[in-house]
Write a protein that binds this ligand. Structure first.
Ligand code: GLN
Length: 483
């Protein structure tokens, strides 16, 4: 068994056959995690001591994993990669962490994110940039940069993260791995630091669709601490994986993939996309192009920004350094908060809070916030209507390969306006959405994204499994680690 390349099932088998112990797996993962820090920097915290719930008996018992550092872990530093929380040790567990603990899975570390999960480059965390295992001169994308990197490097077979606009699905593409954001409410958000509550999802990174199903199946469920969760007892994400998909109908959005793009990488991405479609058609899928009003599509990114910044400004108003986090200086409460927030947040965060405050100002609300909500509704209605006719929406994950660090930016780019930003649709509607590796361009991985109707997670994973079967990228890892 080669640890770095092993998925959950292989590790389970090795554990059950007594070929390895869970302590040994933890020690291997820890060593790899430490070795990865110098070049790739995926971790905020690497745990020193092996800790596993006694008497646990589940498919994940003894399996090492990592958590994005915006998921609350009692007695373990949880910083959201922000200076304002760099000393914060929570007193409670996120529900998904609690469930993993009970399952006997073994936490190896907490991973770097773009500060407070805002941004998409993996460059704004307060402990430094995260590098792409496939090419350390390039970003792995964000915000879940460290969680993606740890799985892409083969340090852990799975990690958990959050996705508000594309934060799991974009870094999965750049890291050549699977990134799955289930239906809104399938996984509890209790203990996830809220960024934009109506768009935030918990999800996972793995190196196969089956592993994503295994992890999610174990941690899903209604949670009294999160009123948006629903009862999913009847949903079994594993037993449908191998079902026949003959005649399943997928669509792509013509306005996104039939555009003329100037640069070579975008052209190569689209070429790969249509080749992939041909491959999966042979496996039995029907794939058709569908039109959606381009003005509406071009509004995805501004709509996402308006809603997410508004919600983020309100959600993060609790980060004052008064009750928890790094305390500011000053004589009055206002001065203390002012100093904590001035020093505690980076430029990107401040820019988004300024935008959010502007959008929420009484005189702007109708024009900015409520219009964004209306556009969101129009987009969700159009997709919901299409999901009555089709089983899924298939699109490339991005307009390019992972950018180099000089190219990395969080500015709105009209070059890739549609190709780069459509994944927020999955968050607008709470639709389940998964990224799979589908090729390499200039040695860098690219991904394909599949999105389905709300609560159609079983079908989504079934179709993703069948697509994965047709492609040669399952289980791949990138980068060298010297241990
Ligand atoms: N990249 C997007 C942003 O900048 C999405 C972030 C996310 O999903 N957390 O906000």
């Amino acid at each position: 068994m080669e640890y770095r390349k092993s998925g959950i099932q292989e590790l389970r088998k090795a554990l059950d056959e007594g070929k390895v112990t869970s302590e040994e797996l933890f020690e291997t993962a820890k060593k790899l995690a430490k070795a990865s820090q110098e070049v790739y920097n995926p971790f905020v915290t690497i745990l020193e001591k092996f800790k596993q719930k006694r008497k646990a008996e589940s498919i994940l018992t003894g399996i090492p994993y990592a958590l994005k550092d915006n998921l609350s872990t009692s007695n373990i530093l949880t910083t959201a990669s922000s200076n304002i929380l760099k000393n914060y040790i929570p007193v409670y567990d996120a529900t998904v962490y609690k469930k993993l603990k009970e399952s006997g899975a073994v936490l190896v570390g907490k991973t770097v994110l773009d500060e407070l999960a805002m941004g998409g480059t993996g460059t704004t965390g307060n402990t430094g940039i995260v590098r792409n295992p496939w090419d350390p001169q390039r970003e792995i994308g964000g915000s879940s940069a460290g969680s993606a990197c740890a799985v892409a490097l083969g340090i852990v077979p799975f990690s958990l993260a959050s996705d508000t606009g594309d934060s799991i699905r974009k870094p999965a593409a750049f890291g050549g791995i699977v990134g799955y954001k289930p239906t809104y409410g399938l996984l509890s958000r209790y203990g996830l630091f809220a960024f934009a509550s109506s768009l935030d999802h918990v999800g996972c990174f793995t190196r196969s669709v089956e592993d994503a199903a295994i992890v999610t199946n174990l941690i899903k469920g209604k949670d009294p601490h999160d009123m948006t969760t629903f009862n999913s007892e009847k949903m079994d994400l594993i037993s449908h994986l191998k079902e026949d998909i003959q005649g399943r109908k997928l669509f792509y959005i013509k306005e996104i993939v039939e555009e003329e793009y100037e640069d070579e990488t975008s052209k190569a991405i689209l070429e790969n996309f249509f080749e992939t479609i041909e491959i999966i058609k042979k496996a039995g899928f029907i794939v058709e192009g569908v039109s959606i009003d381009k003005y509406l599509l071009e509004a995805i990114y501004p709509t996402y920004m308006a809603i997410s910044c508004a919600e983020a400004t309100s959600n993060n108003a609790n980060l004052t350094g008064i009750q928890f986090g790094v305390r500011g200086e000053g004589k009055t409460v206002d001065e203390i908060m002012f100093s904590a927030r001035t020093k505690g947040f980076s430029e990107l965060i401040k820019r988004r809070f300024v935008l959010g405050s502007y959008i929420l100002q009484k005189e702007n609300q109708e024009k900015l916030y409520l219009n964004a909500c209306r556009i969101r509704r129009l987009l969700v209605e159009r997709l919901t209507e299409l999901f009555q006719k089709y089983d899924g929406l298939l699109l490339p994950c991005s307009g390019g390969i992972a950018p180099t660090f000089d190219e990395a930016t969080d500015q709105l780019s009209d070059r890739y306006l549609l190709l780069e930003n459509h994944m927020a649709l999955g968050n607008f509607g709470g639709f389940p959405s998964i990224t799979l590796p589908c090729g390499l361009i200039k040695g860098c991985p690219i991904g394909i994204n599949l999105t389905s109707a709300v609560k159609a997670d079983e079908l989504l994973l079934n179709m993703a499994y069948k697509i994965e079967e047709q492609l040669p990228y399952k289980g791949q890892i990138g980068g060298d680690l010297d241990v």
